[in-house]
Design a protein around this ligand. Structure first.
Ligand code: NAP
Length: 261
């Protein structure tokens, strides 16, 4: 599919690596001005350099923002709009994965962190970009969540709860801002081959390879997604072409989820 994001400014949060990076890269390669952000300047510089290596004259700038620290959200929106002298047209709310814990093992501090990092950050970030989108009478907000929102995983209670909240907020928001040409949609992510999925398995390369084979075997398409194929739907939702898709939660998991809706 061909995309053209010329004259659009996109902000992708948690985008120095993995899925967020891949989305930012493709938005930039397809003409958008792109703001990438994460906690680490080193990772962001490396990510920006990798994007520039693919195409010299892209406009990709980096901004430090730790999503678990909510006071940095307001600053991020201000810094991005000031730096590009433009409102944000496309917001991709991505975040770092929460801790792996079962329900009875969670402590208050785990909940505070996950609620800030994985739920409140995307709520506040969305609220910050809406006035600019309303002025432009156009906008796209895409929330990256997880299949755990629909089919909770016993060991990922922090993800189960916060991702469901993100989708529910996105749906609520969609009632209010659709009339301004702004759409809000969420993706329920299945397995995507990134550092995160490898680190959840462990450090041993042989174990990673064995486990990935096992995971793949349980997926109807018999493989874990490459980041590049996974993000095609996100690019579509960011584009002009997706204008009638609003308030949706779309599962992208190679068919592994058992539920039909
Ligand atoms: N990969 C999968 O199979 C899969 C499946 C379902 C859901 N997901 C979810 O999708 C999201 C992305 O996954 P991924 O596989 O792309 O992960 P990843 O490869 O580990 O990348 C995570 C990104 O998030 C950034 N980050 C982490 N904590 C942050 C924070 N507090 N503030 C700002 N940025 C932060 C990291 O950058 P810095 O370290 O530079 O800050 C990095 O750029 C995660 O929430 C994950 O749970 C992934």
């Amino acid at each position: 599919m061909k995309f053209n994001f010329r004259n659009k400014l996109a902000l992708v949060t948690a985008s120095s690596k993995g899925i967020g990076y891949e989305i930012a890269k493709q938005l930039a390669l397809n003409g958008a001005k792109v703001a990438i952000s994460s906690r680490s300047k080193k990772n962001l510089v490396a990510a920006r350099n990798k994007i520039l290596k693919e195409k010299k004259n892209v406009d990709c700038r980096y901004f430090l923002c730790d999503l678990s620290k909510l006071n940095q959200i307001d600053a991020l929106q201000k810094k991005v709009t000031k730096s590009f002298k433009s409102n944000i047209d496309i917001l991709v709310n991505n975040s770092g994965g929460p801790k792996v814990l079962t329900a009875t093992k969670t402590k208050l501090k785990d909940w505070s962190f996950a609620l800030n990092n994985n739920l409140l950050s995307s709520i506040l970030m969305s609220q910050k970009v809406i006035p600019g989108m309303k002025k432009n009478k156009w906008g796209r907000i895409i929330n990256l969540t997880s299949t755990t929102a629909k089919e909770p995983s016993p060991s990922l209670v922090l993800s189960n709860v916060t991702r469901a909240g993100v989708i529910s907020f996105g749906k609520s928001l969609s009632y209010e801002i659709g009339m301004y040409g702004i759409t809000v949609n969420s993706i329920l992510t299945g397995g995507v081959l990134t550092d995160r999925i490898k680190s959840l398995i462990g450090k041993d390369k042989k174990k990673i390879s064995r486990t990935l084979k096992k995971i793949a075997n349980n997926i109807p398409v018999k493989r874990v997604a490459n980041p590049d194929e996974f993000i095609q739907i996100v690019l579509f939702l960011c584009s002009e072409n997706s204008s009638y898709i609003n308030g949706s939660a779309i599962t992208v998991d190679g068919g592994v989820s058992k539920s039909i809706f």
